[in-house]
Design a protein around this ligand. Structure first.
Ligand code: AMP
Ligand code: MG
Length: 485
């Protein structure tokens, strides 16, 4: 039975009309093959766990056999890249296949990345490398496992085509599922081409589809912006807390629903180095870890500029003023949870400041530090750490919960496993050099619940817990990836 592949397409975006997109079918591909399928992402569109192994699945999600109801299109957008406006972006290699309603009446965008060149391709080949597709696949599912809003990856489908970057590379299609593909840059496109009417239509569309509760409000435009500020601040607070570095926070990679969007040269903090950027091309560190909160503000400002005539400069300014306090509040709460502390007073602030100094000075592994703290809060042998730990214990005692309770709370928010560079590299090497995708499966399974050992699951997939939880080896620290990888 493959009835489950008859998806319930709704396709709201197409109603906006041709100024918003180019209607185009995916280019056919020869012998597409499954690299990996995420059953958890499949649940979003009611696919059973075995769907990935179905030949029809590969046929349809590679774009070879267009599903009934799909109306593929490449979206128009522009955006600010590294601070400069680029008027010519748009889905050069991506296609929104359509929007699918599931049994819970939720609507999800299905997007193919690497489905052939579109009108927006600017001479590029319209394809994605297998390498970058696996990177996006694993990171999407890992961030979801961490409880961070993100686009999802349903599958990576390999295609038998060589594409040329610095060298010939294998190509693939990534099947992305997202609540929205509307970027800050989607608004910028219409604003900078003088299409004010379409800015308004996109805004109405966004409210209607993502914030139905405010449709009747007379100041719904302003509330929309307010919500965008809120969800962006919250998202970046979560990135900072977990040590995720996006790497390319251009406005075309910022989704209006506050969802982690477009994975390129991302990274996770290993030894704590706040000015680290995983993006090899980012020589000035514009998108470094410690710049992300500020860049979120900058990007929101660019979105605000497109909405001035609809919302008013003063109103927008007032909403922008909320960003920093909101971010601070969310971030403080996140760090409080990581430390198992609920009293967030000035002593807490001091403790946290000192903690980050220590992390930096001693180059502790950011992830493992918090697990260590939950296990052995009284174990520091190093002088400075020891004195910090006694301060920490003093604050922990004020909370009136047992050590075991605090440990349980902390371990439910501080991951034991993250997508470390060396783990990812092993999965990529096996896939690219040996067509062995088993390590991708292992990492996806490991990271779908990164907070605990699951002995039965680990045994089934051959996952050695201690190996995956180890600090990143020296040679893989602060790795950088180039944008075209
Ligand atoms: P990204 O780096 O994926 O955010 O892409 C930035 C812009 O370049 C977007 O407009 C993409 O659609 C476009 N782009 C990137 N790679 C390709 C490619 N191989 N073919 C066509 N367009 C591309
Ligand atoms: Mg992009």
């Amino acid at each position: 039975m493959t009835d489950y592949l008859n998806l319930n397409f709704q396709n709201r975006f197409i109603g906006l009309g041709p100024e918003f997109y180019q209607a185009k079918a995916p280019d056919p591909v020869t012998d597409p093959y499954l690299v990996d399928f995420s059953p958890l992402a499949g649940q979003l569109i009611d696919l059973p766990p075995e769907a990935g192994g179905n030949k029809n699945f590969i046929d349809r999600f590679s774009g070879n056999n267009l599903m009934e109801g799909a109306e593929p299109l490449a979206m128009a957008y522009s955006g600010h890249q590294f601070g400069s406006y680029n008027p010519r972006l748009g889905d050069g290699r991506g296609l929104l296949l359509g929007e699918v309603q599931n049994q819970n009446q939720e609507i999800w965008d299905i997007h193919l990345k690497g489905a052939g060149p579109t009108r927006f391709a600017r001479g590029f080949d319209g394809r994605a490398t297998l390498n970058s597709s696996i990177r996006e696949h694993l990171a999407s599912e890992a961030l979801n496992g961490l409880g961070i809003p993100t686009t999802r990856s349903l599958a990576v489908i390999g295609i038998r085509e060589l594409i040329y970057r610095q060298k010939p590379e294998l190509a693939a299609i990534l099947v992305r599922i997202a609540d929205s593909h509307i970027r800050f840059g989607s608004f910028e496109f219409f604003h900078y081409t003088g299409q004010e009417k379409n800015v308004r239509r996109l805004l109405e569309f966004s409210i209607q589809n993502y914030y139905q509760d405010i449709i009747e409000e007379s100041d719904r435009y302003r509330i929309f912006f307010q919500r965008t500020v809120q969800c962006t601040a919250k998202l970046i607070a979560k990135w900072q807390a977990v040590g995720f570095i996006h790497g390319v926070m251009n406005t075309d990679n910022m989704c209006i629903t506050g969802t982690t969007f477009d994975y390129g040269p991302y990274g996770f903090m290993d030894r704590f180095a706040p000015d680290h950027t995983p993006n090899h091309s980012d020589t000035h560190g514009r998108y470094a870890y410690n710049q992300q909160p500020e860049i979120g503000f900058w990007n929101l400002n660019k979105l605000a500029e497109t909405l001035v005539t609809l919302i008013g400069a003063e109103n927008l300014e007032e909403e922008m003023k909320q960003y920093q306090p909101l971010f601070n509040r969310f971030y403080r709460e996140e760090i409080g949870k990581k430390l198992g502390l609920a009293i967030l007073d000035s002593e807490f602030t001091q403790l946290v400041q000192r903690m980050f100094q220590l992390l930096h000075e001693h180059q502790f592994d950011y992830t493992n530090f918090f697990r260590f703290l939950a296990d052995h809060p009284a174990n520091g042998n190093n002088g400075e750490l020891k004195s910090w730990l006694s301060q920490y214990l003093a604050l922990a005692q004020r909370e009136g919960i047992s050590h075991e309770e605090r440990k349980a709370q902390m371990d439910s928010i501080n991951p034991k496993f993250i997508l470390r560079n060396h783990l990812l590299q092993t999965a990529l090497d096996k896939a690219l050099k040996e067509s062995d995708f088993s390590e991708i499966v292992r990492l996806r399974i490991l990271l779908e619940d990164p907070f605990q050992d699951r002995p039965e699951v680990f045994e089934k997939y051959g996952i050695d817990s201690e190996h995956y939880a180890q600090d990143t080896p020296e040679t893989f620290l602060c790795r950088q990836t180039s944008c075209s990888a």
